[in-house]
Ligand binder design. Structure first.
Ligand code: GDP
Length: 429
């Protein structure tokens, strides 16, 4: 059976922690989209890790970690991550890489930087990991699948052809050094050496595993609001962050995905540019940022301070709907224990009308938050394992949000560790 762990919001909801936790009962964990542009932070018995490419289930010795065809694969980063975790005492992971996964090329990273420079103040706030140029090339059919490393003469010919068009832009648009085909080829031969032992037909592997009754976890990156199609376009990522894309990006039948665990954080945070209706500023934001997550809300990849906001029921209801949520994992609730009152965004006012439906981008930019204030609980809830033991106001907060978003909150996370979880029977399930 297949379960997906995905985000309802702008990313950084705590998917890494939930995946790491659920991986205990899984056999295979698959990354199916995105690249090294966002990180999952995981804290467990081996230490604290920021993973960018490896699936978050990599810390167990019974699991296989898979890079699916939908991923933007940065080969040196993948192997650097493997090395880093092994150095910290994690058992050497079993890794498989899809022969159909495409590679982030060194020039994708350069083009990402050059384009952000060119756009200056109008940039998308890219992490400059090459993701947008990578996916552009993939769909323009000038990308490179891992399997192409093994067809060397065709590879060289294609590299020369691609470099020709890239060099026109480098020379005339960006005024930067041109690509050297021989150097690129040498780099790819290095990549080949690194990746060769792990390359396989991932969809065939998963097909067999599912027939044998294995449990597969699909791990999403970012969240619904960053989805290329359904997010806040164009301030989105360049891949689909929805569980549905897990079928494409792993190569499995869509009907195999039986559980969709959508992770929602108890307040909001976002990175990069784009409308963020429930955003807060000043001291109020600084305090939540400082106390947030595990050691503050700063980007796992870039270290950038995240933009902060109150929980947004409109965005989260939409985020859960597009994911096809069967269960909500509600995370980082412990962080809110310092507040006397907790505002929650329950509607958007757009041109004088209030809606609870998440709109398209140009309307979103005009939206003002309609806030409802909930009483705080003013205690530390970390360490609690039974839902009934949570303070009454804390339960009221969870139940109010569940009612607003309309999807069952069956897990409440009250700390960064694997064991910091409260399972809950939801009236919606
Ligand atoms: P991801 O990209 O969705 O995996 O999210 P992040 O890596 O940004 O994770 C959010 C941060 O919150 C990480 O530092 C986690 O260790 C931490 N975290 C996850 N769940 C909880 C929780 O319930 N409470 C606290 N305090 N921290 C959490």
């Amino acid at each position: 059976m297949v379960k997906a762990v995905v985000g309802a919001n702008w990313g950084d909801e705590g998917k890494g922690k939930i995946t790491d936790m659920l991986a205990e009962d899984a056999d295979i964990i698959v990354r199916f989209q995105g690249g090294a542009n966002a990180g999952h932070t995981i804290k467990n018995k081996y230490g604290k890790f920021a993973l960018h490419t490896l699936p978050s289930g990599v810390f167990y010795d019974h699991t296989t970690s898979v890079i699916g065809n939908g991923v933007a694969l940065n080969i040196p980063i993948l192997f650097k991550e493997v090395q880093e975790i092994v150095e910290k005492g994690v058992p050497k992971p079993k890794i498989l890489v899809s022969e159909r996964a495409q590679m982030v090329m060194p020039y994708h990273i350069l083009f990402d930087q050059y384009e952000e420079e060119r756009l200056a103040g109008k940039s998308f706030g890219s992490t400059k990991s090459g993701i947008a140029p990578f996916y552009s090339d993939k769909y323009a059919k000038i990308g490179f699948q891992v399997c192409e490393l093994f067809d060397e003469s065709a590879l060289k010919e294609k590299l020369a052809r691609v470099a020709e068009t890239k060099n026109v832009l480098l020379e005339h648009l960006y005024h930067k050094p041109l690509l050297n085909v021989d150097e690129l080829y040498e780099t790819l031969m290095e990549y080949k050496k690194m990746v060769e032992p792990y390359v396989c037909d991932v969809s065939a592997f998963l097909d067999k595993a599912l027939k044998e009754g294995k449990t597969v976890l699909l791990e999403g990156q970012l969240g619904t609001l960053k989805d290329t199609d359904h997010g806040i376009y164009p301030m989105v990522t360049s891949s689909n962050t929805l569980a549905a894309y897990g079928a494409v990006g792993a190569g499995i039948p869509p009907y195999e995905i039986k559980e969709i665990i959508t992770v929602c954080k108890a307040y909001s945070s976002a990175v990069g540019a784009g409308a963020f209706v429930s955003e807060i500023f000043g001291e109020e934001a600084d305090e939540l940022r400082r106390r947030g997550g595990d050691g503050g809300e700063y980007g796992a990849t870039t270290g950038r301070p995240r933009r902060m906001g109150w929980f947004d029921c409109v965005a989260s209801k939409y985020g859960c709907r597009l994911q096809g949520t069967t269960d909500v994992a509600f995370t980082v609730l412990d962080v809110l224990g310092y507040l006397d009152e907790i505002p929650v965004c329950v509607g958007y006012e757009i041109d004088g009308e209030v809606t609870t439906d998440f709109p398209v981008t140009y309307k979103l930019e005009k939206a003002k938050p309609v806030l409802k204030t909930m009483p705080g609980w003013k205690t530390d809830i970390s360490g609690i394992r039974n839902y009934e033991e949570l303070p009454e106001n804390c339960r009221k907060y969870v139940e109010f949000i569940e009612e607003q978003i309309g999807y069952p909150i069956t897990m409440v996370s009250n700390g960064p560790g694997r064991e910091d979880i409260i399972y809950r029977k939801s009236p919606l399930k």
